[in-house]
Design a protein around this ligand. Structure first.
Ligand code: HEC
Ligand code: HEC
Ligand code: HEC
Ligand code: HEC
Ligand code: HEC
Length: 330
């Protein structure tokens, strides 16, 4: 059990901060969360949810305001405020299915814990657990099969951003019960909170998901976007590289993939090779494949490099997929 002072802390914040502003109609322009900066401080949640905090801290969500690429892009905008909504959002849940409103406080906290979890002063989740630590409720937005939360910010084409959530919605994946989380937040089984006094796990182990969002900065994860297949014929080799992500790739105009396909002889010598670029302007749709026809070969190799361009030329971030398929002997 949490001792009284620790219960009193957050409860006091929640009660005192939310009650005076319980009438949203009276507010002009500002949001409820603008008035409740303490609640937006991820550090306040970290006291009892250190695992989620440490994971979140490493994501681009946590850096969505301080991100240098984003800050550079803002400098070129005449109305930079139009770029705030998804990068420093107030409550996402209060605005669904529309995109959130920007908040004025604590910009450095980026897409904070409360951006995703707080609605009208109550912490919403997927579990419906009862706790003295804070008011909480089970929300249909977090229910199995729902991707609503992610879709609100990821469905628009804006600045360099492409609408990946629209692709996902048009794909057969939602009908199969898949969500954005299925691929981007790994499953975990653990206590979800600790006693802030002792740091010891509190409560039973529960089914949850890791908050370290898998994304393109993780080379291993990026490799999941590609599948190489080849049909070795007597005269020709048919090759395809298919997009296995839940949407088009890439999802950002600044990102591209350089694909190199090689046909090899029995000794591994290159007989034939071809290059192709997958970019924001020439993206690979959900399930779509690049097709190549090579001469008869003993093996096929595909290498994919990850390219990023932000102002000063193009950076090659290295090879993220390297696979060889051999013709079976018969
Ligand atoms: C509707 C929500 C939304 C709005 C409004 C928005 N963004 Fe973003 N922004 C995103 C999302 C989502 C990503 C992540 C896209 C990805 O990685 O595929 C992103 C990523 C970026 C990145 C890439 C950061 C990096 O390091 O990878 C830049 C730069 C950026 N946005 C600039 C802008 C600019 C400039 C504006 C205003 C014109 C803007 N954004 C407005 C949602 C938004
Ligand atoms: C004083 C400790 C404490 C603080 C501070 C705290 N929490 Fe919690 N939280 C808990 C405990 C305890 C549980 C329930 C654990 C259990 O039963 O397994 C919980 C449960 C949750 C749940 C699950 C809700 C559900 O029913 O699905 C979420 C989400 C959550 N907290 C988010 C937050 C966020 C976001 C913050 C910061 C704004 C925060 N918590 C601050 C202790 C805390
Ligand atoms: C079947 C697995 C799968 C599902 C489902 C899925 N994704 Fe992805 N996603 C990937 C893979 C793999 C990549 C890496 C390829 C890339 O970056 O283009 C990726 C990349 C991304 C990126 C970075 C794009 C870029 O190029 O910067 C964003 C943003 C993203 N996903 C958001 C979402 C959202 C939001 C949803 C739900 C609407 C979703 N994803 C559903 C697998 C998936
Ligand atoms: C981008 C949105 C987003 C942000 C930001 C976010 N969460 Fe979550 N959180 C989720 C989703 C989605 C789930 C439900 C996962 C599932 O289905 O199991 C969740 C679940 C939880 C849970 C319930 C148990 C678990 O771990 O799965 C806790 C506790 C929690 N979050 C705390 C936090 C804290 C603390 C922060 C900030 C450090 C945070 N969250 C930031 C989306 C978010
Ligand atoms: C409040 C708006 C918002 C919500 C809600 C949101 N995102 Fe994002 N997401 C962004 C922005 C903005 C970025 C880019 C931040 C930057 O690079 O500056 C981003 C980046 C990403 C990336 C690339 C991140 C990386 O670390 O490489 C992925 C993948 C992603 N989001 C998936 C998700 C998933 C899955 C959910 C739902 C659990 C979700 N997002 C909810 C706005 C949002």
């Amino acid at each position: 059990m949490v001792s009284f002072p620790f219960i009193a802390g957050p409860l006091f914040f929640l009660a005192s901060l939310w009650v005076p502003f319980a009438n949203p109609g009276a507010l002009t322009g500002e949001t409820l969360q603008d008035k409740a900066p303490t609640l937006n401080k991820p550090k306040a949640c970290a006291e009892c949810h250190p695992k989620q905090y440490d994971e979140w801290k490493g994501t681009l969500h946590a850096k969505s305001w301080v991100d240098e690429t984003y800050q550079q892009a803002l400098k070129h905008k005449r109305r930079p405020r139009s770029c705030y909504a998804c990068h420093i959002p107030a409550s996402v849940l209060e605005r669904l299915p529309k995109r959130p409103r920007p908040r004025a406080e604590l910009k450095d906290a980026g897409i904070s814990c409360s951006s995703c979890h707080v609605k009208e002063g109550v912490i919403q989740g997927n579990l419906g657990v009862k706790t003295d630590a804070h008011p909480s409720a089970k929300s249909p937005v977090f229910a199995k099969g729902s991707s609503q939360l992610c879709i609100s910010c990821h469905k628009s084409k804006v600045g360099p951003v492409l609408p990946v959530a629209k692709d996902f919605l048009a794909s057969p994946l939602p009908k199969k019960g898949k969500t954005c989380m299925s691929c981007h937040m790994g499953k975990v089984m653990r206590s979800i909170a600790v006693d802030p006094k002792t740091g010891k796990d509190q409560g039973p182990k529960r089914k949850g998901r890791s908050h370290s969002i898998h994304g393109p900065t993780d080379a291993k994860f990026l490799a999941h976007a590609f599948r190489l297949q080849a049909v070795f014929g007597k005269e020709k080799t048919q090759i395809q590289i298919q997009n296995r992500a839940g949407h088009r790739i890439p999802g950002l105009l600044m990102r591209a993939f350089q694909v190199e396909v090689l046909a090899l002889d029995g000794k591994g010598k290159t007989l034939w090779s071809k290059r192709s670029l997958i970019s924001g302007k020439a993206s690979l749709a959900f399930g779509e494949a690049l097709h190549f026809q090579a001469p008869k070969a003993a093996a096929i190799q595909a290498k994919v490099s990850h390219l990023f361009s932000a102002g000063k030329g193009i950076k090659n971030l290295g090879i993220i997929y390297d696979k060889t398929l051999k013709a079976s002997k018969n």
